[in-house]
Design a protein around this ligand. Sequence first.
Ligand code: B12
Ligand code: SF4
Length: 481
Amino acid sequence: MKYNHALFLNPYIESNNTSIMKLFPPTGLEYVATSAKGLVKKITLLDLRYEKELSDSRKLFDFISKEIDIVCVTIGWDRQFKEICELLNRMPSGIPLIVGGYKATEMADELFKICPGITVIVRGEGEETIKDIFNGLPLKDIPGISYRESGKVVHNKNRILADINDISSPDRSLRANRYSLSVNGIAVTGLTFDSILSARGCPHNCKFCTFSLNPLGQRRTYTARSVDSVIREIEGISAEVILFSDDNLFADPVRAERICDGIISRGIRKRFIAQARIEIFKHSSLLDKMVKAGFKALLIGIESPNDRILAQLNKGFDSATIRKAFKVLKRYPMFYNGYFIYGNIGETKDEMLYIPEFAKEIGLDFISCNKLRIERFSPLRAIAENTPGYHITEKGELYSDTYSHASLKKIGRTIKFSFYTPARFIGVFWKCIFSNRFLSFWELISLVGVMPRIIASAIVRDLRKGRLTDSLKRTFVINRA
Ligand code: B12
Ligand code: SF4
């Protein structure tokens, strides 16, 4: 074996933890670490979000210098990019440094410039590529990587995507921690979380979406794992709450129903969360089975209440269909989170501010609003670039002469506060107790117990950001952008 001890590192440090940022394991990194099993004597998987001691970089570097002979780091998100580059630049020298992930792929050229210590960047899906690296193949013969040679960066050709049924699911025994819920760093309920990927890709073609398009422009056509393998993986998971990370678990409703059948017939008692499209409302027998199987929350891409914008995004449905869908969905005791995009091309402030009204009208429990992002290979890029007055930042954020980055941020805050009123939280709590039952009685008691600390921490956070008065005014008095 070429290497003795490999470190697989999730380098994000969450000093001001919010629930979402710490809830789920680093799926991509775990897939790659699992794939490397048997090709190196020892594997250590570290998630710095949960490693208090090793979050101190001196201790981390000390551990690496003493123990590790190859370091593999994931960079999956825009967040903390600068901090992660600084960490990579201070890594002990002389140890191969392999970097991969969505953001690393997108920024391969820039990363080589900023971080001279990087040996190889793995572009796109990494399960097969990591095997070639650990087997010691000459770099020039490994598809899907970029590396330095005689001072120049070489980009090998892209790797052909592997068959999904040949990819092993993550070995959860490699983990050093359990994933649990915390809000602003305060542990809540003790519930544990995990995620599972039952398929890759999505058969739809929403124009803004790059989910099934990796940053190389390679498209993952929708490919699903066998239902049996999915059920077997769920049976091996100890966490109480499982997120299906699929772009859309219900892309094939018949298969989704078979997954529910499997969960019910095996007596698996978990709480499931999944990403979905509104068309799921047409499948009543699937919805019935989902409730029986333990589905508690759906994360649904709605994007906009405005038909003009929905057509521009090629979403495939209009606002009347959304209204019709939620009339049906509301009969099922699940939580509904709607994803919305604002700051679209030609969208006015009034149209953006209609989002919370619409979300309340259709009965959403939660909303997640994001400014439109236009990535390198986004089909919207050409339209945005050719629309006078619109500009795209290096990070892919769209803004215009009328709506600057700052004014969009302000509008986003208004949307959030208009939706998340005190009455909303009471409504969610009510639903949690009387119909959805996401939390058991004791978990609810534990949540109520930590509530004062959570509220206090939110006040401290807003005080530090100098926006407490604004937040209180928006919550209790009036909320204007
Ligand atoms: C599920 C999901 C989530 C889940 C998180 C689940 C989890 N386990 O953390 C939830 C719903 C919480 C979420 C939240 C967000 N998400 Co999200 N999410 C996804 C989604 C749909 C799937 C991710 C996944 O599991 N992929 C499958 C794994 C196997 O792929 P992978 O992670 O890319 O890993 C492969 C390769 O990258 C590579 N690789 C990865 N690491 C490494 C390391 C090494 C050493 C090597 C060699 C290779 C390698 O090999 C892996 C295996 O093939 C993707 C879209 C997609 N289809 O990828 C968006 C996506 C990752 N999310 C995105 C975004 C923007 C967000 C949010 C910021 C949204 C928001 N504004 O709130 C938040 C941020 C959360 C955070 N942690 O910071 C963007 C990221 C774009 C970017 N440039 O930052 C994506 C790509 C969607 C998109 N195109 O817009 N998300
Ligand atoms: S937005 Fe959702 S449905 Fe549309 S292409 Fe992306 S993953 Fe598929």
